[in-house]
Design a protein. Structure first.
Length: 184
């Protein structure tokens, strides 16, 4: 995966982000963006996992669904990283991604992030540095898991990101970012 492609993908994601963002607050003293993107990541990982468990290599419709859902996971992942002021480089440069080995499914890691955020807010009113390191490690494992799954199906992450970018920019040009459903 080319790091510049991932960085460009994040720039497009920013253009299509229409949720309450953290503005001038300290990192992880959230105004909605961290929680919104973490919850979105959990939801999209669930949708991806559902498509993944129903995958049949001969079904092009299912393959397209997997590409769309993986793209949605990527959108929330890069936006979540932006919300916590962490560059996307951490995904590509992680040992987990570099190993190319399978891990638990992406849903596990997304839920672990949400759980860490919940406990940080409950116990400290924010996410502390130690918890942030655990969140980043889970995001790296999520990316590695998603990349491994996609590659095993004969799909590249570049294909996922490009397809998602086209979808997002089309919605942006047609003023269809709000709402639900992949085909709006």
């Amino acid at each position: 995966m080319d790091l510049e492609i991932l960085r460009q993908y994040q720039l497009t994601a920013h253009k299509t982000a229409i949720y309450p963002r953290r503005k001038d607050q300290a990192v992880l003293e959230d105004s909605g963006g961290v929680i919104y993107t973490a919850l979105g990541l959990c939801g999209e990982c669930g949708e991806y996992y559902e498509a993944f468990t129903n995958y049949h290599s001969t079904d092009s419709t299912n393959k397209n669904t997997i590409i769309k859902e993986a793209g949605d996971v990527c959108w929330y992942l890069v936006e979540f990283l932006a919300e916590i002021d962490i560059p996307v480089d951490v995904l590509i440069n992680s040992e987990a991604y570099q190993s190319g080995k399978p891990f638990k499914n992406s849903m596990f890691y997304a839920c672990s992030c949400a759980e860490l955020i919940k406990k940080g807010i409950r116990d400290f009113g924010r996410v502390n540095t130690e918890t942030l390191a655990k969140i980043i490690a889970n995001l790296q494992l999520l990316w590695a898991s998603l990349s491994f799954d996609i590659t095993a199906m004969g799909i590249t992450m570049e294909e996922v990101l490009e397809t998602n970018n086209k979808k997002l920019l089309s919605r942006l040009s047609r003023n269809k970012l709000n709402g639900s459903g992949d085909n709006r």
